[in-house]
Design a protein around this ligand. Structure first.
Ligand code: HEM
Length: 494
């Protein structure tokens, strides 16, 4: 018996060794892939790409291997692109080849490959076209939507006034304002935004963005097949996403029940009508799950990105009161104190415009971008990247590229001003990414950032409990997103 046991153990050992060696060989067989550190079986480049510090580890590796290199996150092969030139060449010059969406396991557990953000192929093309058309019909870039945001900006001012110049954490107030606008776009005006369930969902959006960017979120994104068995805060991500998906699915059902095809009220209505029109079209691949997941992605993606940019932005302005002062001066001169800021004002406000561009550059909200994939075998800078390979077109390396910005690590609105104080564009300013999958909400985000920030500063001066020199602008977590440290501020009426 003992001998039989030893033989079995020996066989298991031999088979495991063979498996590990063949896995190692397969990973080591680079073909004509870009260079990179040698991976270990199963855990890949665990010693080079540090969980919890993915962004910095990848930037360090680019110093050794150059602007295009390969790493293994567990057993997933990822080609990393660094610097404006490499990212632009891939996403813009070879836009079609790099237009696939790669994996983001923390999201994929809920979305699978449904919805506009994570679908691929013909289904993605149709979803993107559907979504853009619906947003345009709803007035993206038109006066009606601008008026809705102006109205919300005034509500925000009222709420800020009620703080009576006492210190508060701005996270919820800002997130709520943005979320209300996103809800009007997606679900019309029927939603009661003071409702407890709605407010709980708003908190979940922020909580999830923080969790996804934390050590645990990164651990799950690198080793989903191991992390799914581990207890830990990452499991909360899926509870929150499921609750958010339930909330959105309920709203979609309500829209279905009350739909009048002649009077579409919101994004969901436009989508439902288009789905009905395409019912007989055999090449239409879109179904109700695509609508729910698209609405969930826009609800989550739209709210959290703008909310965090505003929160981080106010913290940066607290550290730079001189810059806030110059914005006050421009707002007073161009808009005055007696009317609401509007998008027409922006072209007359080069300083404010430059500050907002610089805020987005410096905050660098999604440093890794959202993972892409190549949709065919792709020749790139002398290498061959096999079809389906995941790609990180690192936005951090573009927004902090020292060939494009004179002082990339400092906050300096001068990056976007010419010698006469006029606004100066920069091709490397791509917080919304570039190419065929460029952020669908760029226009909407730019309107909201401009209107909220100018309306806040038209009415208030920002005050902090700390001395500006003690304010820490480094992110408290940097993974999927860059998350600012928690802080309190007070707003003093002007
Ligand atoms: C400050 C605000 C925002 C930032 C920094 C931002 C950034 C990004 C980035 C970097 C991507 C990935 C693009 C790529 O794959 O190359 C993206 C995709 C996307 N964003 Fe945004 N975003 C913002 C606001 C919004 C808003 C308000 C919406 C809602 C309409 C939105 C909807 C989307 C969608 C649907 C995609 C997926 C597009 C696709 O795969 O075709 N985003 N965003």
């Amino acid at each position: 018996m003992e001998l039989a046991g030893a033989v079995i153990l020996f066989l298991v050992f031999c088979i495991s060794c063979l498996f590990l060696i063949s896995a190692w060989k397969a990973m080591g067989n680079r073909g004509n892939l870009p260079p990179g550190p040698t991976p270990l079986p199963i855990v890949g480049n665990i010693f080079q790409v540090k969980t919890g510090d993915m962004v910095n580890s990848l930037m360090k590796l680019s110093k050794k291997y150059g602007p295009v290199f390969t790493v293994y996150l567990g057993s997933r092969r990822v080609v990393v692109l660094c610097g404006y030139e490499a990212v632009k060449e891939a996403l813009v010059d070879q836009g079609e080849a790099f237009s696939g969406r790669g994996e983001l396991p923390t999201f994929n557990k809920v979305t699978q490959d449904f919805g506009v953000v994570f679908s691929n192929g013909e289904r993605w093309k149709q979803l993107r076209q559907f979504s853009l058309k619906a947003l345009r019909n709803l007035g993206m870039g038109k006066k009606s939507l601008e008026e809705r945001i102006q109205e919300e900006a005034q509500c925000l001012v009222e709420k800020l006034r009620k703080t009576n110049e006492l210190p508060f954490d701005p996270t919820c107030i800002l997130c709520q304002a943005v979320c209300k606008v996103m809800c009007t776009i997606l679900f019309g005006n029927q939603l009661n935004c003071e409702d407890k369930e709605f407010l709980a969902r708003v908190r979940m959006i922020d909580e999830n963005f923080q969790l996804m960017s934390s050590f645990w979120g990164q651990l799950y994104d690198i080793f989903p097949n191991i992390a799914k068995y581990l207890p830990g805060p990452h499991n909360r991500i899926f509870t929150c996403f499921e609750k958010l998906a339930e909330f959105v699915a309920k709203r979609v059902e309500l829209n279905q029940e009350t739909l009048d095809p002649n009077y579409p009220r919101d994004f969901v209505d436009y989508f439902l009508i288009r789905m009905e029109q395409e019912k007989q079209n055999p090449s239409c691949e879109i179904n109700i799950k695509d609508l729910v997941i698209t609405a969930l992605s826009v609800f989550f993606g739209g709210t959290e990105t703008i909310g965090t940019t505003l929160r981080y932005g106010l913290l940066i302005l607290l550290k730079h009161p001189d810059i806030e002062g110059k914005m006050h001066e421009e707002i007073d001169r161009v808009i005055g104190r007696n009317r609401s800021p509007s998008m027409e004002d922006r072209s007359k406000m080069p300083y404010t415009d430059a500050v907002i561009h610089e805020l987005q550059r410096y905050i660098n909200l999604l440093p890794l971008n959202i993972c892409r994939a190549v949709i065919q075998d792709t020749h790139f800078r002398g290498y061959t990247i096999p079809r389906g390979t995941n790609v990180f077109p690192m936005l951090t390396s573009v927004l902090r590229d020292n060939t494009q910005f004179s002082k990339p690590d400092s906050f300096n609105p001068g990056h976007f001003l010419d010698e006469n104080g006029g606004f100066k564009k920069s091709d490397a300013s791509m917080p919304f990414s570039a190419g065929k999958r460029i952020c669908l909400g760029e226009g909407l985000a730019r309107i909201q950032l401009f209107l909220y920030l100018t309306t806040i500063l038209q009415n208030f001066t920002l005050k902090c409990l700390l001395d500006p020199k003690d304010i820490d602008l480094t992110p408290k977590a940097s993974g999927f997103g860059n998350i600012p440290h928690s802080y309190q501020l007070s707003v003093v009426s002007r």
